[in-house]
Design a protein around this ligand. Structure first.
Ligand SMILES: [Zn+2]
Length: 562
């Protein structure tokens, strides 16, 4: 607090130049009582405690490795030194995590972030990837739960202590109470309300059976409700942690990067929320879209710090506790460089421990001579080599029976496949398919399949299509005219689709349960669950790799948009 006097109203200790005096009653300094307070945050960390394999990110300017929990912690310590501060999360702390975290049931990440001082976070959609009951169990029983195959791995960690905030989620009375809408924290004479919100799209992003009994409400309406409620609580500053965000879509516009920038270049769901944002929100920490921006919308400071712990966001508040006014606010996204002088060795030891505990499983060899495959679109198409390849492995999986096609939602391909020297390990394949879905085989009529194709864009709030990846037996073209998309042709095993015929399809349980807005798959007939995707992929690799590689068919575009 660099020489400034802080006056704590309640307990009335006065901190001056490092000395602590206790004064009573009417002693008041004559000048303004300024408190500086920083809110550090991280959004979309996704269990990236490791600093390599794969490196979670690089700086845009130079190809410098960034991220890693030990470095994040080190930068936090450096930036927070001598300051009044809180460290919070903005959702997706875990979920779709690399093996080093997910094989520990994300204990490793919860423990590390807890050790860094995180006490609460907005809920993200990915926290619900394994279902609400999984998250509830992490609180109640933690690693002592018999559901937890990895047991308690870390001294001093037995259950989840980070409180998730979700003001727009209501939970059935039959479920355990896990979330709070908000927390008011009093620190250094400041009362700050932290309100958590998760994207209203969550039901479309997670397996619907995992969130039975939960209702996700409009973010702005829920926020308004909390603001009305906390008016009585003498709150000085309102911080909203929103697990939803924006992005700059128009490439001719610059990404806003300072408190003096306007938020108008940001599009997406954040745009709708900003347009309706109630007055009285001082800071809006955002996430979900993995973007980096800082801007001001009316009186609200808006921040997002990329993802995977490659940025540490800091909001700096300057507050006058005499008049109880927020004088200034500013923000910066610190780049989490992997500078050995900042590495937190205590956190690094925890990461090493997690790596040792998960290494044997993640390095197990699954298949040899596997090419590197990416999610990049093949020439003039919506297909990718990796998408084609995975769909073919599903299509050729023998226990599925005689099937007509396989389809997979693009969002389920979490990363590119990059085996070292062709040696594909469990860790390699896991990073492509980390969600723990099952493969499901189901019969749809041609008409229902066409509906599924249209559901790739119908009913989406952002209006953008997300095209599925398909097996070699399918050829699909779409036409865009103006703002409307339509299906042009569908060929299955070389023949045009027939509306009345039944087609046997392999898909995943996320799609079958209505994820990504595909509610048509559940209306199919004779559904059979084949088993967990990661296990079946390994089997199919062993059985079909040679055949798929020999044909090279996976390098051909299958889904075309005209
Ligand atoms: Zn998210």
């Amino acid at each position: 607090m660099t020489g400034l006097l802080s006056h704590l109203r309640r307990a009335v200790p006065v901190i001056f130049a490092g000395a602590l005096l206790l004064v009573y009653g009417s002693v008041r300094p004559v000048f303004a009582e300024i408190v500086h307070f920083s809110i550090f945050s991280v959004n979309d960390f996704h269990g990236h405690i490791q600093s390599q394999d794969p490196t979670p990110g690089v700086t845009r300017e130079q190809r410098l490795p960034v991220g890693g929990a030990a470095y994040l912690s080190g930068h936090l310590k450096r930036q927070a030194a001598g300051k009044n501060f809180t460290f919070v999360g903005v959702g997706d702390l875990v979920g779709a995590s690399p093996l080093i975290s997910s094989l520990t049931e994300d204990q490793a990440t919860f423990h590390v972030l807890g050790e860094m001082g995180m006490r609460f976070s907005a809920l993200g959609n990915h926290e619900l990837d394994r279902g609400f009951q999984w998250l509830a169990t992490q609180y109640r029983l933690g690693c002592k739960s018999k559901w937890n195959p990895s047991q308690c791995l870390f001294d001093g960690f037995d259950s989840l202590k980070i409180q998730y905030l979700a003001a727009n989620v209501s939970t059935s009375e039959y479920l355990p109470k896990v979330f709070l809408p908000y927390i008011v924290e009093e620190k250094n004479g400041l009362r700050i309300a932290y309100i958590g919100l998760v994207t209203q799209d969550t039901p479309k992003l997670v397996v619907p059976t995992g969130i039975l009994g939960l209702v996700f409400k409009d973010e702005v309406e829920a926020l308004q409700g909390v603001l009305d409620q906390i008016r009585r609580e003498r709150v000085d500053v309102v911080v909203v942690m929103l697990h939803e965000g924006g992005a700059v879509v128009d490439r001719s516009r610059d990404t806003p990067s300072s408190a003096s920038s306007d938020c108008s270049p940001l599009q997406g769901n954040l745009r709708r929320i900003l347009d309706q944002l109630p007055a009285g929100v001082d800071v809006l920490l955002t996430g979900h879209t993995h973007q980096e921006y800082i801007c001001t919308h009316k009186d609200t400071l808006v921040v997002q710090g990329l993802s995977y712990g490659t940025r540490l966001s800091e909001v700096m508040l300057r507050f006058d506790t005499a008049t109880r006014t927020l004088l200034k606010k500013d923000a910066v996204n610190h780049v989490v460089t992997q500078d050995s002088s900042v590495r937190d060795e205590r956190i690094e030891r925890l990461v090493t421990q997690a790596r040792e505990q998960t290494a044997a499983r993640s390095q197990a060899l699954v298949a040899d001579n596997v090419p590197g495959l990416t999610r990049a679109k093949l020439r003039d198409s919506e297909s990718s080599a990796l998408g084609n390849f995975i769909a073919d492995l599903m299509y050729h999986f023998e226990p599925a029976g005689n099937v007509d096609a396989a389809l997979i939602n693009t969002g389920s391909l979490r990363s590119d496949l990059s085996p070292m020297n062709g040696r594909m390990t469990y860790g390699d394949i896991y990073s492509v398919q980390p969600f723990g879905n099952d493969w499901v085989v189901v019969s749809l009529t041609g008409e229902q399949l066409l509906t599924a194709l249209r559901q790739q864009w119908e009913g989406r709030r952002d209006g953008r299509a997300r095209f599925m990846q398909v097996s070699e037996s399918l050829e699909i073209s779409y036409i865009r005219s103006g703002d409307t998309l339509s299906v042009e042709t569908v060929k299955i095993k070389g023949d045009p689709i027939s509306l009345d015929r039944q087609y046997r399809l392999v898909i995943n349980s996320f799609m079958f349960a209505g994820g990504d807005g595909f509610d048509i798959f559940a209306k199919g007939q004779n559904a059979i669950v084949l088993g967990r995707d990661i296990d079946l992929l390994q089997q199919s690799f062993k059985a079909n790799l040679k055949k798929i590689l020999a044909s090279q068919q996976f390098l051909q575009p299958r889904v075309v948009l005209r």
